[in-house]
Design a protein around this ligand. Sequence first.
Ligand SMILES: CC(C)(COP(=O)(O)OP(=O)(O)OC[C@H]1O[C@@H](n2cnc3c(N)ncnc32)[C@H](O)[C@@H]1OP(=O)(O)O)[C@@H](O)C(=O)NCCC(=O)NCCS
Length: 203
Amino acid sequence: MKTYEIETERLILRNYKESDFNDFWDYVSQSNVGPRTGGWPPYTEKEKARERLLNVDCKNLLQFAVYYKEDKKVIGSVEIMGPKQERYPDIEIGKNTKEIGYLLSENYWSRGIMTEAVRAIVCFAFSVLKLDKIVIGHDVKNIGSGRVQEKVGFRFVKQSDEIHTWLGEESHLIEREMTHEDYLKMKELQNLKATLKIREINI
Ligand SMILES: CC(C)(COP(=O)(O)OP(=O)(O)OC[C@H]1O[C@@H](n2cnc3c(N)ncnc32)[C@H](O)[C@@H]1OP(=O)(O)O)[C@@H](O)C(=O)NCCC(=O)NCCS
């Protein structure tokens, strides 16, 4: 099977390894990470977390561990997945549309790390996977995630009318998108693309 490794200034985005488990456990057990990511409760049992780490559905999900070079550890993840139309009722989802999702250990928030990772994944998704469109969303109260999406250059589409209860109370998703044409017009992303190291790996 073929996979990819993407290197940015501070990060390597790569496949998870079994030896990443202790790093993985550190952030999936944090109370502020899972609930904001889509409403899943923090992990309290190591065996359940290990199952999640090892049983990724590779057909529908391209998952990258976010490896922080300075601290030599995995501190989060970014995923490219098949979007669910019901989650994005106001966006046209074609065959060649994917969704990006992400999470980061709380110990590393607000250092621009996820913006760096998502920018790299966007460049990779449009230039290597040749996507037509990327959709992305966040709970309206998740200001930090919204900032990541704005900084990367995603366009606001709509605050969904659908109600969800990820953070324990009724709320809504902000739906955003970026098309391939949008991407080609973004100077910052085009410049970044030229500096990324993208390696194809056989596993
Ligand atoms: C969302 C998340 C990935 C952001 O990662 P990060 O590396 O901290 O993001 P960045 O540092 O690149 O950017 C965050 C921005 O939001 C801002 N921010 C964060 N919390 C904020 C808040 N409560 N109010 C206002 N701004 C906030 C930061 O200041 C920064 O903006 P700036 O660069 O303009 O100063 C991280 O907080 C996380 O993993 N949260 C839990 C899981 C999650 O929410 N996943 C996304 C689900 S949609």
